[in-house]
Design a protein around this ligand. Structure first.
Ligand code: CA
Length: 226
């Protein structure tokens, strides 16, 4: 797995490169926009990680130019501003995900793994996901527990599908918002909690072993603990 990192802040770059190397990624780092753009257009990478604020040309321009050349490599933007405008223009320019500085390495790794999973899913022929006696058919949008069908609303299904794709991993409320709802959603409301509660009533309430667990202060995990 080859990753190109375009980032001018050396300490941030070192932190990312060291972390990714430990996870067995091949990482190539370029500290300025123009050389980064040249590299992105002339060599194959699986993922680009691009900082927005660069000394010569900004990250958004780089993404636009890459997409103009019809290079469809997934892009994660690193944004120091943490502003919605930044994120919106990045996503409009063709980035696949964003991460606001400061961030933890675990968060970045989760984003990368999410992209890789989505890429693999595009090629995967299996559309059945399962955990314990819960089974969902992503294509037919059907849910079964103990071989009995459970009817979910569309958003409940998307939420369950996301939890199941990340089974055994804690997902934060923000990750759920980003992946199940649109990113411009107000994180202050309790819509995630409300939807989780509805989902629990449908898939967990009538069963002894619960699959959806709350991890206090962190988020949720779907796991058959028995
Ligand atoms: Ca920067």
């Amino acid at each position: 797995m080859k990753i190109l990192l375009i980032e001018d802040e050396i300490s941030t770059a070192e932190f990312i490169v060291d972390g990714l190397k430990k996870e067995n990624f091949a990482v190539f780092h370029i500290p300025n926009g123009l050389d980064g753009l040249f590299e992105a257009c002339n060599n194959y990478y699986d993922i680009f990680i691009i900082d927005v604020m660069l000394p010569d040309i900004d990250g958004i321009t780089i993404i636009k130019k890459i997409r103009e050349k019809n290079i469809q490599t997934p892009v994660i933007i690193l944004s120091a501003k943490n502003s919605t405008e930044d994120i919106v223009s990045g996503l409009r320019a063709g980035s696949d995900d964003y991460i606001s500085k400061p961030f933890s390495f675990i968060e970045l790794l989760a984003r990368i793994k999410g992209i890789l999973r989505r890429m693999n899913l595009n090629f995967s022929t299996s559309t059945i996901l399962s955990e314990g006696n819960l089974k969902i058919d992503c294509l037919k949008k059907k849910v079964f527990r103990d071989n009995k069908e459970i009817i979910l609303q569309a958003k409940e299904f998307s939420l369950l599908e996301y939890l199941l794709k990340n089974k055994g991993i804690v997902v934060t409320k923000q990750m759920i918002i980003d992946n199940v709802w649109n990113f411009d959603f107000d994180p202050e409301t309790n819509i995630v909690e409300a939807k989780i509660s509805k989902l629990r009533n449908k898939i967990d309430k009538n069963f002894k072993n619960k699959l959806i667990h709350t991890i206090k202060g962190l988020g949720y995990i779907l796991e058959d603990k028995f």
